[in-house]
Design a protein around this ligand. Structure first.
Ligand code: FE2
Length: 253
């Protein structure tokens, strides 16, 4: 009797372990939607509204920058990481030797949130000393939240532009740690440059292209070759992406 009981108990234990294993694999499989968190749900809809307002020119790019960054600072990082499924996004992440790699984010399906949002959402990831190389933008806005690691971040205003140069003015120089946000537009902090200070580093990016009905453009610039123009500006030559990656994609100590 005693032995029988033990056997039964053993069987039961095995059964429980199996069930647990089954449940675990079911819940972690793609077949089941991720549980939707009410706060993140509301957050995503607000983000969508702000971006729609910018697209329809109901708000200025500078106001969009303020509002999106405010929103970035109003969600607990853990919540956002779960919402975008950061763990899956970064599993087997392909870190390039020069520069960065990106991955598109899919939000969970939500009532009141269009499946195809007006904004692009991505994570940018890189290894230590790699950079989102210095570049300026036209007809676009973007906002960035540090999800992991730390960056040396620099921003510049784009004051003027000619065929070969951007005329820029330094605006921000800081260490951007987890939870730190930044943003760009044609009107404010147009140029950015991130260098990863930690083994790996990631940002969450919300990107709006083709603003004002005009095609967007990106210019990589050679800031180190920049020359002071005498009126507080730096004349930084535009450069092609391959040359720019070679010079700025990886920091040499
Ligand atoms: Fe950019």
């Amino acid at each position: 009797m005693q032995i029988q009981n033990r056997r039964d108990f053993g069987k039961q234990l095995l059964g429980t372990a199996l069930n647990y294993f089954l449940l675990e694999s079911l819940f972690s499989s793609q077949a089941f939607a991720r549980p939707i968190l009410p706060i993140a749900n509301h957050w995503a809809k607000q983000l969508s509204e702000i971006c729609n307002d910018l697209k329809l020119e109901k708000i200025s790019p500078v106001l969009w920058q303020t509002q999106v960054e405010k929103l970035f600072n109003h969600i607990a990082l853990e919540e956002l990481l779960k919402f975008i499924d950061f763990q899956t996004l970064t599993k087997n992440f392909d870190y390039p030797d020069l520069g960065v790699n990106t991955k598109m984010i899919t939000f969970p399906k939500l009532d009141g949130l269009p499946e195809k949002t007006v904004f692009i959402k991505k994570i940018f990831g890189m290894k230590k000393d790699r950079a989102i190389i210095p570049h300026g933008h036209s007809n676009m806005s973007s906002a960035h939240l540090v999800l992991k690691g730390e960056f040396a971040l620099k921003h510049y205003d784009k004051v003027e532009e000619d065929e070969k140069n951007l005329f820029i003015k330094p605006t921000i120089e800081k260490k951007a740690k987890v939870g730190s946000s930044s943003s760009i537009s044609d009107d404010k902090n147009n140029i950015h440059w991130f260098i990863a200070n930690t083994e790996t580093a990631f940002t969450f990016d919300v990107i709006m292209l083709d603003l004002g009905g005009k095609e967007y453009d990106i210019h990589n610039i050679d800031i180190e070759a920049g020359e002071k123009t005498g009126n507080g500006l730096i004349r930084a030559p535009k450069m092609d992406v391959q040359t720019a990656l070679k010079k700025y994609g990886k920091q040499h100590h």
